[in-house]
Design a protein around this ligand. Structure first.
Ligand SMILES: *[C@@H]1O[C@H](CO)[C@@H](O)[C@H](O)[C@H]1NC(C)=O
Ligand SMILES: *[C@@H]1O[C@H](CO)[C@@H](O)[C@H](O)[C@H]1NC(C)=O
Ligand SMILES: *[C@@H]1O[C@H](CO)[C@@H](O)[C@H](O)[C@H]1NC(C)=O
Ligand SMILES: *[C@@H]1O[C@H](CO)[C@@H](O)[C@H](O)[C@H]1NC(C)=O
Ligand SMILES: *[C@@H]1O[C@H](CO)[C@@H](O)[C@H](O)[C@H]1NC(C)=O
Ligand SMILES: *[C@@H]1O[C@H](CO)[C@@H](O)[C@H](O)[C@H]1NC(C)=O
Ligand SMILES: *[C@@H]1O[C@H](CO)[C@@H](O)[C@H](O)[C@H]1NC(C)=O
Ligand SMILES: *[C@@H]1O[C@H](CO)[C@@H](O)[C@H](O)[C@H]1NC(C)=O
Ligand SMILES: *[C@@H]1O[C@H](CO)[C@@H](O)[C@H](O)[C@H]1NC(C)=O
Ligand SMILES: *[C@@H]1O[C@H](CO)[C@@H](O)[C@H](O)[C@H]1NC(C)=O
Ligand SMILES: *[C@@H]1O[C@H](CO)[C@@H](O)[C@H](O)[C@H]1NC(C)=O
Ligand SMILES: *[C@@H]1O[C@H](CO)[C@@H](O)[C@H](O)[C@H]1NC(C)=O
Length: 690
């Protein structure tokens, strides 16, 4: 949902003033991001249509089949209040939650706890140009307190996590360890029998969870049965700095244990420095990447080049808190400012999806033959959470939708995502004449599928368009240098097929649309025009002029097949009068400045969209043949392509009303019914990567 134009200093984004405080009632998300930093650190407050206050419910993993137990309480003048968690004991008093504020990196909740306001902040930093920090699978949770009556009050804060964070099946055994290293109190949990590169319910079965805080006076921990630990945290005994020795001997869920840390903030009028927990889910190696030649690479998260142990990484992350908060505050301000000119609602949308989109990435490096990290071999892998389309890892159509965000934040990331796709296909073992859909369905064990499929124009067009977009934004020509002939073979496929897509499809999540889709054909033609620019960049002038003249000739023919006879709209099926919908691939012509589509066609389509604004409450159908299906990303692409600021604001407003209409309780899905605002509930979560 991020839109970006290579030569305009804008991303088409939102603009609530940065300090605006949205009350939970006014702005009710499907789910609020809490710790959302990596494919396996993705925990949400699942709000939904019938919200239960966070003080009475468990935060949930993005895949809602499993919980991620996370609990928080405070004691004010000895009176306990529960702020987070569905436990019923031991808290005796009530907390009153009164505000939620969301920024691209933070979810901030203020809660009144007796005579004190307590603020809980969930911070998952976004540092797209600092890959060490970006790849650290850690988030912060911190608490500040301030007195409501200007009198000092005794404040103690407590929080724990359970071993539910490291498994999708709690009928197994976990281990607990505790360490105080270089000033950090670090509590860890691992499975007793980790299963390498294996997922259950989307949880990695080979991870270590970390719950940590800087050591100091008034800091205590306890690991043991959750009810015992939580009770001890809120009675006068306090935590015992102990680990229950029976943890190894019982199943994770019987009883559930808590890895808990408390901080006594003493007598508080206004806290001078917050109580800060670090939460992390760590794995190494992170990715097992297999080539069609059967060569296997074990790849580590990028941060491993700096921090080789759990303790090193955790200690760094805790020490980095103040810097991270500063950087995140500045980042949020930058996004708010860039969004400000577009629409009063774009910032809300970007705030709700930025962490979701960045956390889908695993940014990795390989090791050379001597076992040393090779810092020039960076690749990124995107877990397709919710299975949009069917490309699996680095699903090409999902990357296409997310790409504007990477171009804006750090175009190199786009290159790191394209690289494993290109390397996998630039091999004698890859025998399709068009681009693959992705790197197979198994995260974290990507391998390209060398199988025929019905998305040849879609994926070949997507690849060439993204390759040129990356080149234009980064000026890095390594990819086109290394893979020119492969890219050219896809362009030749587009030359053969773009004007007769026949039964070829776009993303399978777009529904089964009719034959000869104009929007798909257009992607192929823009792909050919993009190839002309790539060839020109390589100095291959005869290729360049060949592709350019084909693209120009095709766009004329495309117009004849695609415009309605009365010239009031683009059809969605060649020559099918009465068909209509979102021709969202026009965005690529603007993004890449291929300038193939005549201005008159843009104007016709803008007028058509404008005439349809009132037709559905939450959006415009992707295709008139399926009025119950649309996609938020494609609506925004269509709006961005129009270049019409009023239409863009209207489209943003439609998507905003969907995003903040609490029809469902998981992270936002781009796919929904434009009339009801409800997503495809039965069919998994379909989270967006963009
Ligand atoms: C939770 O917060 C709500 C307000 O949002 C309040 O009405 C309720 O009493 C609180 N419950 C507990 C157990 O603190
Ligand atoms: C809960 O808080 C209220 C208001 O601060 C107080 O009057 C009451 O005694 C507290 N209840 C308990 C059980 O501590
Ligand atoms: C406590 O929170 C309320 C509601 O946001 C706010 O009006 C008030 O100023 C806060 N008080 C203090 C001392 O922070
Ligand atoms: C967990 O504990 C068991 C028994 O103490 C031990 O054999 C095993 O190596 C430990 N596993 C891990 C991953 O620490
Ligand atoms: C943790 O901090 C406390 C208070 O500063 C100190 O007494 C204790 O020795 C520290 N623990 C370790 C292992 O450094
Ligand atoms: C506090 O709770 C713990 C755990 O239930 C219990 O062992 C301890 O005796 C309690 N302390 C007091 C003073 O009640
Ligand atoms: C990681 O290591 C590199 C190379 O030593 C250094 O330039 C960089 O600043 C380090 N990053 C962090 C976050 O410590
Ligand atoms: C602790 O600090 C020492 C000295 O700076 C360093 O050698 C060691 O690696 C650190 N250990 C951890 C776990 O950070
Ligand atoms: C964070 O920002 C504050 C205020 O702008 C400044 O005083 C402080 O030095 C900064 N801290 C870091 C670690 O950058
Ligand atoms: C490091 O990676 C780069 C890029 O993949 C490769 O060209 C180079 O040979 C690698 N270096 C070593 C020492 O393996
Ligand atoms: C698709 O359009 C082409 C014209 O470009 C036409 O030749 C072909 O018959 C059409 N295919 C179908 C299935 O309608
Ligand atoms: C133009 O043609 C379409 C059918 O392709 C029809 O639905 C629409 O009502 C017509 N519009 C006008 C203004 O005639």
């Amino acid at each position: 949902m991020w839109l970006y134009f290579s030569h305009t200093p804008l991303i088409l984004l939102a603009s609530v003033s940065f300090s605006r405080r949205a009350s939970a009632q006014q702005l009710q998300a499907h789910a609020w991001p809490l710790a959302v930093k990596s494919p396996y650190l993705s925990t949400w407050y699942e709000v939904g249509p019938a919200p239960v206050p966070l003080n009475s419910t468990w935060p949930g993993f993005w895949n809602p089949n499993t919980n991620t137990g996370w609990y928080c309480s405070v004691q004010v003048d000895g009176v306990p209040y529960r702020l987070m968690g569905g436990d019923t004991t031991p808290v005796s008093n009530t907390s009153m939650s009164f505000s939620v504020q969301i920024t691209p990196t933070r979810t901030i909740m203020e809660v009144q706890t007796g005579p004190v306001n307590t603020t809980m902040t969930f911070l998952s930093p976004i540092t797209a140009t600092d890959l060490t920090r970006q790849s650290l699978p850690f988030s912060y949770f911190f608490i500040t307190a301030s007195s409501l009556d200007d009198l000092p009050h005794e404040v103690k804060v407590y929080s724990d996590i359970t071993a539910e964070w490291i498994t999708g099946n709690t009928n197994i055994f976990a281990n607990a360890t505790q360490d105080i290293e270089n000033g950090s109190l670090i509590l860890q949990a691992s499975l007793q029998f980790p299963q390498l590169f294996t997922e259950i319910n989307d949880h990695a079965q080979d991870s270590t969870s970390v719950y940590a805080m800087k050591n100091g006076s008034g800091i205590n921990y306890q690991i043991g049965a959750a009810d015992v630990v939580r009770e001890a945290a809120t009675n006068s005994s306090g935590l015992q700095n102990s680990i229950d020795k029976t943890i190894n001997a019982h199943l994770i869920n019987n009883p559930l244990d808590a890895w808990g840390i408390s901080a006594d903030l003493g007598s508080v009028t206004t806290t001078t420095s917050p109580a800060v927990w670090a939460i992390g889910i760590m794995r190494d190696p992170a990715i097992q990447f297999t080539m069609l030649s059967s060569e296997v690479q074990l790849r580590s998260s990028y941060y491993r080049m700096n921090f080789s142990t759990v303790d090193d990484a955790t200690t760094f992350f805790l020490k980095d808190f103040e810097n991270a908060l500063n950087t995140s505050t500045q980042f949020d301000l930058q996004i708010a400012n860039d969004a400000a000119n577009i629409s009063p609602q774009y910032y809300d949308l970007v705030s709700i999806i930025s962490r979701q989109a960045m956390s889908a990435l695993e940014i990795t490096v390989s090791k050379d033959v001597n076992g040393n990290f090779n810092s020039s071999d960076v690749m990124a892998f995107l877990k397709n959470m919710g299975n949009i389309g069917d490309g699996g890892v680095n699903a090409v159509d999902v990357l296409y939708s997310a790409f504007p965000m990477y171009l804006y934040l750090n175009p190199d990331i786009g290159g790191y995502l394209l690289k494993p796709l290109l390397i996998s296909q630039d091999s004698p073992q890859y025998t399709q004449s068009y681009a693959a859909q992705g790197l197979g369905s198994n995260f974290p064990t990507p391998v390209v599928a060398n199988t025929s499929h019905n998305f040849g124009i879609e994926q070949s067009g997507n690849m060439i368009i993204m390759i040129l977009a990356h080149l234009q934004a980064s000026a890095d020509n390594t990819i086109i240098d290394q893979h020119y002939l492969l890219i050219k073979s896809w362009a030749d496929y587009l030359v053969q097929n773009s004007l007769k897509p026949n039964s070829q499809q776009t993303s399978s999540s777009d529904g089964i649309l009719s034959l000869n889709q104009t929007n798909l054909s257009l992607k192929g033609i823009i792909g050919i025009g993009a190839m002309a620019k790539i060839s020109h960049f390589m100095g291959m002038e005869s290729d360049a002029s060949n592709y350019q003249s084909v693209a120009e000739s095709y766009i004329g023919q495309w117009q004849n097949l695609s415009l309605s006879l009365n010239q009031t709209r683009l059809l969605t099926t060649f020559q099918a009068e009465g068909s209509a919908g979102l021709i969202y691939n026009m965005y690529a012509d603007k993004l890449l400045q291929t300038d193939l589509i005549p201005q008159s066609v843009y104007e016709i389509q803008t007028a058509y969209y404008t005439s349809q604004l009132a037709s559905s409450k939450f959006g415009i159908p992707l295709d008139s043949s399926a009025p119950d299906l649309t996609r938020a990303d494609w609506i925004l692409f269509a709006g961005a392509a129009s270049g019409d600021a009023t239409l863009q604001r209207s489209f943003i407003s439609l998507v905003h009303s969907y995003a903040f209409f609490p029809s469902w309780n998981t992270a936002l899905s781009p796919i929904y019914d434009p009339t009801t605002g409800i997503g495809p509930v039965g069919q998994g979560i379909n989270r967006c990567a963009s």
